[in-house]
Design a protein around this ligand. Structure first.
Ligand SMILES: [Zn+2]
Length: 51
């Protein structure tokens, strides 16, 4: 068992880029925050990045 915590464990994760992009669009309309979508090499899911 590998109990090591992923560096992304506290991030929102999406199983598809489509879902992640939809969430990024919502965040943009709600907060004016531009988020980038990227495929995570740690968990294999999609996250949003504000950088
Ligand atoms: Zn991840």
């Amino acid at each position: 068992m590998n109990e090591e915590t992923l560096p992304c464990s506290e991030k929102l994760a999406f199983s598809t880029s489509k879902e992640a992009k939809a969430a990024a669009t919502v965040a943009y309309y709600q907060h004016g925050t531009k988020l980038k979508v990227y495929l995570c090499k740690h968990c294999g899911l999609w996250h949003l990045s504000s950088e």
